[in-house]
Design a protein around this ligand. Structure first.
Ligand SMILES: [Zn+2]
Ligand SMILES: [Zn+2]
Length: 312
């Protein structure tokens, strides 16, 4: 097999008096700030397979090399420490502050390798940090220069000719896929109609036709429970998440759940001492209308009721 010229030009011998950056791989003037950094397969891989005990085994057989971090990669390590300190829930999920810092750093390195923006420590949330770690810690760790190197001597002997120049197509594809997944996590599940199993095409209560795919709740009920005064027939269908929550609070699919769901939608607080009363809020299912883009579109409140509820 011939030498891959891309790889060959991406890597050079470490200049005298320099150490490789453990993340992006560039040569950094050596001072006292070096660390003994594990090289080869990222620890993360071992942890994912074996859990914490096996990870310890994996660490004991690892080789270590003297490496450092260039200033921009050192900034990301500092940012990782800030994020770990600021979001203890992230550490609790991962186990220890040291491992949490390692994983957050790897995820931030993954963002840097992609040229993607880093989180703002002042505004990000624990949930966002946890998502970032979930998606990017592993591909980020694999992208680190230290992970690409094998053996103590070889590891310190080479540097990259530009930040992240060592990444091959496979590394870049893994990072891009992980980043795309991270962005779609932030958007959340896409709105979809209820499962297509012959059920009515909207929320039985409020008639909304689309909502996040994971929020539809299947229910089996009867037309009387939906407000019909006619023959009591079985109905199998779905409630949207908000209507399902009100049905759960009310303890049953019935008039109370419908009324609470509509009042909550209107932003009217429920006062147990002086309940705003809506006589017979009809369920969308009984109207025969097509599903709607907004909840409760089939209900038109008259002026008197709006006044009584204190809404415009
Ligand atoms: Zn670097
Ligand atoms: Zn609904």
């Amino acid at each position: 097999m011939t030498t891959d010229t891309t790889t060959a030009s991406a890597v050079a011998p470490t200049p005298d008096g320099h150490l490789p950056c453990a993340a992006c791989g560039v040569a950094v003037p050596a001072d006292d700030a070096y660390e003994r950094i594990p090289v080869g397969e990222p620890i993360l891989g071992a942890k994912q397979v074996g859990g914490s005990d096996r990870a310890e085994d994996a660490m004991t057989v690892r080789t270590y090399a003297q490496m450092t971090r260039c200033s921009s990669c050192a900034d990301r390590l500092a940012l990782a420490r800030l994020l770990v300190d600021a979001h203890p829930a992230v550490t609790r999920r991962i186990g220890s502050p040291a491992v949490a810092t390692e994983r957050v750093t790897a995820a931030l390195d993954g963002l840097a390798a992609l040229g993607a923006p880093l989180p703002d420590a002042a505004t990000t949330t624990g949930t966002k940090v946890a998502r970032l770690v979930h998606r990017l810690a592993l591909p980020g760790a694999i992208a680190q220069w230290a992970s690409h190197q094998r053996g103590e001597k070889a590891a310190a002997a080479e540097v990259t000719t530009a930040p992240w120049a060592h990444l091959d197509d496979e590394d870049q594809t893994a990072l891009r896929d992980a980043y795309a997944a991270l962005l779609s996590d932030a958007i959340g599940p896409r709105p979809t109609p209820p499962p297509d199993d012959g059920s009515p095409r909207g929320c039985l209560f409020c008639g909304v036709g689309q909502q996040p795919s994971n929020a539809w709740e299947q229910v089996n009920t009867r037309t009387r429970a939906l407000g019909s005064t006619g023959k009591d027939e079985r109905v199998s269908g779905y409630l949207c998440g908000a209507c399902a929550d009100e049905a759960a609070k009310a303890g049953a699919i019935g008039p109370t759940a419908r009324e609470r769901s509509l009042l909550a939608h209107l932003g009217v607080g429920i006062n147990p001492l002086n309940p705003a009363h809506l006589d017979g809020v009809s369920a969308w299912y009984l109207t025969g209308r097509p599903p709607s883009r907004t909840r409760w579109a089939h209900v038109a409140l008259d002026d008197e009721t709006r006044d009584a509820l204190g809404i415009d």
